[in-house]
Design a protein around this ligand. Structure first.
Ligand code: CDP
Length: 240
């Protein structure tokens, strides 16, 4: 028995715990659309850096609000890399949004209400017909509170820092393990304690600690939950 409706899958969790890797693999298996909402916040942060809207690490809130209508974000599926790459005003910025410079300011930018309102609206529009796997911090709580499947991904901070450090090193970005770990703990702190849509584990989310799991193992666990939900929905449909 299978449920035909395209589900909405929300994946939230701390920095660098493999949410995007999992979301991408799930979308691939299910033939769903994958959206990395963090890339959109990174895109706004990059725009602000380029346009002098962050001075001494402090965002100029009113100027950022004035600029928001000029910020256009789109995803382009690159068949070669098989990655949804971010376009900022039609320029491919996929590499640039992953740098430590952007990581250093993105969580400040993500605290701003005006930025969140704009991006949440765009994210809801992308996912309005279901068949989507979106990862971020507020996907199950704010963007898609009615998502059929919600996963809250977590992992030990040292494991997360090592994964991110390796990822940056492989891209040729020079940083240290300590700086990488400091950045992700700082972002966790800001993300969890901000006033606007803080990172929270919703009551209906399934917790997935992947500290000791391979990518394949975590994918299989996540797909098991999606199948269980599909079966449950199919049974409900039969009862009606
Ligand atoms: O890849 P990583 O988990 O380190 O971060 P990301 O998903 O690229 O997100 C970058 C930053 O954007 C996060 O640290 C949050 O501050 C912010 N963010 C958010 O506030 N809400 C989201 N839905 C996604 C990201």
């Amino acid at each position: 028995m299978s449920f035909q409706k395209q589900l909405t899958i929300a994946i939230d969790g701390y920095s660098s715990c493999g949410k995007s890797t999992l979301a991408k693999a799930m979308a691939n298996e299910l033939n769903y659309t994958f959206v990395d909402s963090g890339a959109m916040y990174r895109g706004v942060a990059l725009y602000c850096l380029r346009n002098g809207l962050i001075v001494n690490a402090i965002p100029n809130v009113s100027e950022i609000e004035n600029h928001l209508p000029n910020i256009q974000l789109d995803f382009y599926y690159n068949p070669e890399t098989r990655i949804q790459e971010l376009l900022l005003n039609n320029e491919n910025v996929e590499q640039e949004i992953r740098t430590p410079e952007v990581a250093a300011v993105v969580s400040q930018i993500a605290t701003l209400r005006s930025v969140r309102v704009k991006l949440v609206e765009e994210q809801q529009k992308i996912g309005e017909n279901g068949g989507i796997v979106m990862d971020g911090r507020d996907i199950g709580s704010v963007v898609f509170p009615d998502a059929e499947v919600k996963l809250f991904v977590t992992a030990n901070p040292d494991v997360r820092a090592m994964r991110r450090f390796k990822e940056l090193s492989e891209k040729g970005i020079i940083t240290t393990f300590e700086d990488t770990k400091r950045n992700l703990l700082e972002r966790d702190e800001i993300d969890s304690n901000r006033i606007e849509s803080p990172l929270v584990q919703t009551a209906d989310a399934i917790v997935l600690d992947n500290s000791q799991l391979t990518q394949e193992e975590q994918l299989q666990i996540a797909l098991f939950h999606v199948q269980s939900k599909s079966r449950e929905l199919a049974e409900k449909q039969l009862d009606c």
